[in-house]
Design a protein around this ligand. Structure first.
Ligand SMILES: [Zn+2]
Length: 92
């Protein structure tokens, strides 16, 4: 794994920890930083990162806290507090 990918992993951990602390602004800051590094290095973000971040407002999503998750037609639909929806195929 290269340095950029490691930094992204680290930022995802930091974002998750900040969100768990209820510090959504700090979590958002880490999410944005990770996105920028990915872009600059032409890396794709890890799947876990994409699932737990909002494409619209960059929030780190915590189901039950700042996001709602429901199942619909074999898809997982995640709704962020900002109103953005994301749909993923349901997989175990
Ligand atoms: Zn959002």
């Amino acid at each position: 794994m290269d340095v950029a990918a490691e930094r992204i992993d680290r930022l995802e951990e930091l974002a998750r920890a900040a969100a768990a602390d209820g510090d959504d602004e700090r979590a958002r800051y880490y999410v944005r930083l990770a996105r920028r590094i990915a872009e600059r290095n032409r890396l794709s973000l890890p799947r876990s990162f994409r699932r737990f971040t909002c494409d619209s407002c960059d929030a780190y999503l915590r189901p039950g806290a700042n996001a709602r998750v429901r199942l619909q037609d074999g898809h997982v639909v995640v709704t962020c507090d900002c109103g953005a929806h994301a749909r993923y195929p349901y997989e175990e």
